[in-house]
Design a protein around this ligand. Sequence first.
Ligand SMILES: Nc1nc2c(c(=O)[nH]1)N=C([C@H](O)[C@@H](O)CO)CN2
Length: 120
Amino acid sequence: MDIVYIRDFKIETVIGMFQWERRIQQTLSLDLEMAWDIRPAAATDTIAEALDYRAVSERLKSHVEQAHYQLVETLAESIWQILREEFSVPWCRLRVSKPGAVRGAKDVGVLIERGVKPAQ
Ligand SMILES: Nc1nc2c(c(=O)[nH]1)N=C([C@H](O)[C@@H](O)CO)CN2
């Protein structure tokens, strides 16, 4: 199984369950691994056969910036829905990190795996 990935993708948004969090922008970091067979793209050297990480990044940035959820869980599930429905990603591993949210911890958040891993 091949992977197309996006690492430490920082996006600013309103997120959090506390009132003070509803009034500020916070920076989230996304680490994303998406299953994708890269051989057709490699064989033809065409972006049409590839999972375009730039297109995925732009779509996710726009979504995260306008989605003002309380929980990182809700955001993570909404991202998986976009990957599945709009980019036909069969499987992903996604970490949503919220740096500085807990004193003493570098970051906190959720790590999810969704979908079915292709055999090859
Ligand atoms: N499992 C979660 N726990 C917490 C979340 C969350 O989104 N998922 N959020 C908060 C607060 O918003 C926190 O980030 C502010 O310090 C607390 N716990």
